[in-house]
Design a protein around this ligand. Structure first.
Ligand code: ADP
Ligand code: MG
Ligand code: ZN
Length: 598
């Protein structure tokens, strides 16, 4: 059975050798806050959760009343205790889907290296969010003393400098008032999820030592049916009373996206109106200011009224961290986690291209668990690599699930991906190939980008598509038959092809020809038919190319598949030994004279 729960949980709960002894909740929280616990785990459904803390190698358990989840998260952050949230079992996957879901995840891995990580992690962080969201289900508005500091926010120095002024003013408003410095009323932090926007907002309040009032946009519209605007009013009233203070609205797009005028969104718009009224209504009190911070990952969706001057008129972009920034973020999360000699944040930063701060935090935590499972005192590079694989595709499930026949087919399929990836100079290097069921997949091929890239060339897209189609190509070449396992690869390849044609203008070999196959973004029956035909050609070509590469290196394919059957998993170095040197090609090189006179 391929249960979705396995993917969500990330890791099974630590095997309970003995029933953990009970402990009072207050004691457990203290252990978290003071860092007296080694680790902690939250399990069960909201409302029926348990908190397990591990102290000196022994587990202690306490039931957790609803509404306290957030308190646990805060406490463990304060004490630097790694906290895991284990999902309650989800609905079992539909049985009929099993075959189709076969090779799902590995396909993701080849399509866009970093994306699989994000996709894998999105599940984990969405889960945590859901739990945290539930915990905020409280009726009265209460501020917290935020324990976060700017030192906890790494890799975004420019932004931190900009924001830290606000803390300075909040801490000593009178001093700034004397020289006529006034605060912006509202600041929007925008950027991809997990980049530290919430953390930054908390740090503003924490650093200034003022009360922090937080709410989430979705909570206004989803949870408080009919009560959204009331709640906005209460939030601001409380914040003003406690001023100087910080109000933080997470996911503001949930209330603040463009007004449609549809009757169905009346509730949301009423809430938005109330928010606008509050923003306009309070005169900034020079010595008792209230600063409103908000965050969103879709700033372009926000209603223009919201970002007009005098409201959220300061916008700060928080982007995905580059390599150096990742190193700094890793340093924050590796504090108090012993690394083995030779393992450093620099190296880890190099193979975590595309990951956000939240992903890096999860990686460090997961790597600690890998080290703990292995029974070592220090975390080393292999632990990080394994943690990455685990976060990307879920825990590996040992124990034979497949018949030998099917296992052989999976071995050829995966080896097809790996071999074509190896022979395509612009594909990201293959990090690991397995015939071990993992998450929803029966076998996995993971390719990791080795450098930060911000653009994709056409040739890169083409080679990537070839690698995606190579699993199916190997099946057909070797067995003269093909399986449902490649269903997801096919979808992934067509999606990429359609994006190439319809978004990037890459349908053909030159821009002029590409444009002839349809302008990006256009609609209409004839245009979309042409675009569809162009996408079709791309996928067909990719499949043909992949088959050609495999046919040319058939011996290597057989060798690789046999080795994979024996070893279950092959790592990057083993593949390099097996396949020999990779062909090289420069990604971008000028063709002689510039074509356009400069
Ligand atoms: P966002 O609000 O942008 O989605 P969060 O602030 O909620 O992201 O980030 C979640 C967690 O990820 C943080 O609590 C922190 O542990 C980690 N994190 C994210 N960005 C950073 C960063 N720049 N420095 C250190 N930790 C970070
Ligand atoms: Mg957030
Ligand atoms: Zn595949």
């Amino acid at each position: 059975m391929l249960a979705a729960a396995a993917v969500l949980a990330g890791a099974p709960p630590a095997p309970a050798a003995e029933e953990p002894a009970a402990i009072p909740l207050s004691r457990a929280l203290t252990l978290l806050e003071t860092g007296g616990a080694d680790s902690a785990t939250l399990t069960g459904n909201i409302g029926a959760q348990s908190l397990v803390v591990r102290v000196d190698g022994r587990e202690r358990i306490t039931p957790l009343p609803s509404g306290l989840t957030e308190r646990v998260i805060d406490a463990s952050q304060e004490g630097g205790v790694p906290l895991r949230v284990i999902a309650p079992p989800a609905e079992p996957a539909a049985v009929g889907d099993e075959g189709g879901a076969g090779f799902q995840l590995q396909a993701f891995a080849q399509t866009w290296g970093p994306l699989i990580l994000l996709a894998g992690l999105v599940i984990v962080s969405a889960l945590a969010l859901r739990v945290a969201g539930g915990a905020r289900f409280k009726q009265n508005v209460r501020p917290v003393r935020s324990p976060s500091r700017f030192a906890d926010v790494a890799g975004i120095d420019e932004i931190r400098d900009e924001v830290s002024e606000i803390s300075d003013v909040l801490r000593d408003p009178a001093r700034f008032d004397r020289v006529g410095a006034t605060l912006p009323r509202g600041i929007i932090l925008h950027g991809p999820p997990g980049t530290g926007k919430t953390l930054l907002a908390r740090a503003v309040a924490g650093e200034a030592g003022v009360p922090f009032f937080s709410a989430s946009g979705s909570e206004f519209v989803e949870v408080y049916g009919g009560l959204g605007s009331k709640r906005v009013r209460a939030l601001f009233a409380a914040a003003r009373k406690a001023a100087p203070s910080v109000v933080y609205i997470d996911e503001i797009d949930a209330v603040g996206s463009r007004r449609t005028g549809h009757a169905s969104s009346g509730e949301r718009e009423q809430t938005l109106d109330q928010l606008l009224t509050e923003m306009d209504g309070f005169a900034i009190h020079a010595t008792r200011p209230v600063v409103v911070l908000a965050s969103t990952n879709r700033i372009e969706d926000l209603d223009p009224a919201l970002i007009r001057s005098g409201r959220f008129d300061r916008k700060i972009a928080v982007g995905l961290p580059g390599k150096e920034a990742r190193r700094e973020i890793l340093d924050v999360h590796l504090r108090g986690r012993p690394l083995s000699p030779g393992t450093d944040s620099q190296t880890i930063a190099a193979f975590t291209v595309g990951m956000a701060g939240a992903d890096l935090a999860a990686l460090c935590n997961e790597a600690s668990f890998e080290a703990a499972r292995a029974g070592t005192d220090a975390i080393s590079l292999p632990h990080f690599r394994r943690a990455l694989m685990r976060l990307a595709a879920g825990p590996e499930r040992k124990g034979r699930l497949l018949s030998e026949d099917e296992r052989l087919l999976v071995a050829y399929h995966e080896m097809g991906h790996a071999l074509v990836g190896h022979m395509s100079p612009l594909c990201d290097p293959v990090e690991r190939v397995t015939v071990i069921p993992q998450g929803m997949a029966l076998g996995v091929t993971i390719a990791l980008p080795s450098e930060d890239k911000f653009l994709a060339t056409r040739q890169e897209c083409i080679e990537r598509m070839g690698m995606i189609m190579a699993g199916r190509a190997a099946e057909e070449l070797v067995f003269g038959e093909f399986t449902s396992g490649a269903a997801d690869d096919l979808i992934r390849a067509s999606t990429l092809a359609r994006r190439m044609v319809g978004e990037m203008g890459m349908g053909a070999g030159t821009t002029a020809q590409s444009l002839a196959s349809g302008l990006p973004g256009t609609q209409g029956a004839e245009a979309s038919e042409r675009a569809e035909a162009a996408a079709h050609r791309l996928v067909e070509d990719a499949f043909r190319t992949a088959t050609g590469v495999l046919a040319q290196h058939l011996e290597l394919l057989h060798l690789g598949a046999r080795r994979l059957m024996d070893e279950e998993a092959l790592e990057r170095d083993e593949l390099a030994d097996l396949f020999g040197p990779r062909p090289t090609s420069r990604r971008l090189h000028p063709l002689g004279e510039p074509r356009i006179p400069l």
